[in-house]
Design a protein around this ligand. Sequence first.
Ligand code: UDP
Ligand code: MG
Length: 323
Amino acid sequence: MTVLAIVVPCYNEEDMLPETIEQLLLLRRQLVEEGLISAESKIVFVDDGSRDRTWSIIYKACLRYEEVKGVKLAGNAGHQHALLAGMFAAKQMADCIVTMDADLQDDIYVVREFVRKFQEGYDIVYGVRRKRDVDSYVKRRTAEMFYRMMNRIGVQLIYNHADYRLMSRRAVEALAQFREVNMFLRGVVPLLGFPSTTVYYDRKERKAGVTKYPFMKMIRFAFDGLTSFSMVPIRFVSVLGFCSFFVSILFAMYVLFLKMTGHTQTGWTSLMMSIWLVGGLQLIAIGLVGEYVGKVYKETKQRPRYIVDVDLLNWPIIARQAE
Ligand code: UDP
Ligand code: MG
């Protein structure tokens, strides 16, 4: 029978966690009773270096329930890396892994559909939001712009899919072979090429706590996604560079012509303008090149994505052996 692991990254989620744990246990029990998943199925919480009581809540839940497992990262590695930590930890003990947020915004009962699709033979099942009506206007519009831009430059993203998905063990193992440190899961997972399908669901408001993705972090995330997948921005800069070079040659000929006809003073304004314009363009170009150089630098360093601090995956077994 299918062994399922539900992976939940948590960053400062003390307000939300007790209810999340309760709800997920309920869901798990229900699916086990329906005979859909094995009683071996687990719920894995990853504490992404929280500064509140998150870990102590996870720890206590691990003590109390055998089906709850916990992993604590030594620092705040970020949502994407926390997801990876959870998936890689869970892949030895599950046939398939569902990742979801700790805030219960995504309808958790969609997991039932996920597992059914997995049993039908799909390796990857994407949870896709039917509407985005609970998001603020700004978030909705920026998200829309982001998906459209990514698609236009050739990155295949699943529209309105966040990180709520099911992956088979072999899909997670394939994912582990992507050694890049800047892991943008929504872009990488479709690249795996395994059989995949989508399941639609509605998203609710966050019940407690605040979003861990404030506006600036979201922009950063989008920019990271863009620059780790596409060379279009840097090519755009090159094209811009060539264009401005061409224009400046024409401009120089014009200035030369003015000088020959004896109207040199009139050049002052336009000269200043062109200096500023080209200077500005150069700055943009340097900035973007820097972005890529930064990425190359990070990759060559081969830093670990995260460092596991405490690992309660086999904890009850060890404890029982010690008794
Ligand atoms: N999260 C995390 N590390 C971070 C930021 C967020 O593990 O650095 C977790 C967070 O606890 C939540 C999930 O990622 O379970 C998604 O975050 P959130 O719900 O705040 O994002 P939103 O739904 O507002 O986009
Ligand atoms: Mg959320």
